[in-house]
Design a binder for this molecule. Structure first.
Ligand code: CTP
Ligand code: MG
Length: 397
């Protein structure tokens, strides 16, 4: 059994504000960006950073909701999470978080949940700088706008932009320095770096990140929504939750030896199809559709002519093996719809039988087979061969 070492770093995620400027009718951290809250996104970022104790500070009446977000974000790392109730000001909330930091921790980062899309490497940069000896570290961005000092509506001075930087979070400190600075605090500061600087410590900067902007106004929330990849276009998220479809087609010419095999059935007294295996175009189209849906290549990838065990094999063997390949990759067959274009054989009398054979080989998934002719047109109309088209749905298991 492996014993996970207790982390030496803690991240206090302050999420106890009311979000009055956002005005979304709920405390800001509990407002949704997509299907997940601001807090949940912030925690995802923290958990993707180097391992740390995570202290989440929330309004007293939201502790239950925060537990749900923390559980779903942390998964089997739930033990790293501590949830505490915050205070009336951000500073009081940080203080409440500090009181819950584990004894072995020697570096503490303080992070605004409102900076929900902060990339993990910002955390890593801050931690490295503190561990490298800094007494306080702030991620910053250069100021882009020209800044003026004003008095009411009058500009009284230009400010040299090169002297300015926009401060972000997470801000990091040796635990002892942060504890001591907070213990002696007599007034409100705008951020932790200002408070620690007022206690006499030198603060240094590391590069911040534009995505670490603070969600403050409705426009900021819109910006965050635009930056998050929609669930249905992000391959990782799709694989993690949504079903997928695939398409497959196959064509075989008449002219093989022996009996005709099509749709998993043997057809006595019908002309055989030619092919490396039995030429069962219906089964092969289904295999391609299933493999495509699961993103596992195509029939040639798994059943190529270099696989002698599939020479002469019938639909059942192909479909069974395809289902195992899918299951090994985390997919189950949802359903399959397949259509064959052929003058012969006539499927009407044996359609249900073919569906049952193929369904059984796919673990009982529904297989719908339809058959059509092409009004005498094309190679199927001339009776040269058959073609089949399949669509398959698979879902993650
Ligand atoms: N915060 C906190 N406790 C407070 C006030 C703020 O934990 N009493 C947290 C917020 O949840 C936020 C971060 O501090 O993650 C930065 O504060 P801010 O962006 O100002 O958030 P709110 O105070 O919630 O928003 P507003 O000022 O618009 O009400
Ligand atoms: Mg505030």
């Amino acid at each position: 059994m492996s014993i996970t070492p207790v982390p030496r770093t803690a991240v206090i995620v302050v999420a106890a504000g009311s979000g009055s400027r956002l005005g979304a009718g709920a405390p800001k951290a509990f407002v949704g960006i997509d299907e997940h809250t601001i807090l949940r996104h912030a925690l995802d970022g923290v958990l993707a950073a180097p391992t740390a104790q995570v202290v989440v500070v929330v309004p007293e009446d939201r502790v239950g909701e925060a537990l749900t977000d923390a559980d779903s974000a942390a998964g089997d790392r739930r033990d790293l999470m501590t949830i505490v109730a915050g205070g009336e000001t951000r500073q009081k909330s940080v203080m409440a978080g500090l009181a819950a930091v584990w004894p072995d921790v020697d570096v503490v980062l303080v992070h605004d949940a409102a900076r929900a899309l902060t990339p993990p490497d910002v955390f890593a940069r801050v931690i490295d700088a503190v561990r490298g000896g800094a007494s306080g570290v702030v991620p910053v961005l250069p100021v882009i706008d020209t800044i003026k000092r004003v008095d009411a509506d009058e500009i009284v001075a230009a400010v040299d932009r090169s002297e300015l930087a926009a401060a972000q979070t997470p801000q990091g400190f040796p635990r002892r320095i942060l504890d001591d600075s907070y213990r002696g605090v007599a007034q409100e500061y705008t951020d932790d770096a200002a408070l620690v600087a007022a206690a006499g410590h030198r603060i240094v900067t590391v590069p911040g990140d534009a995505s670490a902007f603070k969600i403050t106004t409705p426009a900021d929330l819109e910006r965050a929504r635009g930056l998050i990849t929609p669930r249905h276009t992000d391959p990782d998220r799709v694989a993690a939750g949504l079903p997928r479809v695939g398409i497959g087609t196959d064509v075989h010419a008449f002219g093989g030896d022996g009996d005709l095999w099509l749709g998993g059935l043997r057809w006595a007294d019908e002309q055989a199809l030619s092919g490396h295996s039995d030429g069962d175009a219906i089964a092969h189209a289904i295999v391609d559709a299933l493999l495509a849906a699961a993103g596992l290549g195509d029939i040639g990838t798994h059943f190529g002519t270099d696989r002698p065990e599939y020479a002469g094999a019938h639909a059942e063997a192909f479909l069974r093996r395809t289902r195992s390949l899918l299951r090994e990759a985390g997919w189950e067959v949802g359903n399959v719809s397949v259509q064959v274009q052929a003058n012969r054989p006539r499927f009407s009398a044996r359609r249900l039988e073919a569906e049952a054979v193929m369904s059984a080989a796919l673990g009982g998934a529904s297989v719908s087979l339809s058959a059509t002719t092409t009004d005498g047109l094309g190679f199927t109309g001339r009776g040269d061969g058959v073609s089949a088209f399949a669509v398959a749905l698979v879902f993650p298991i």
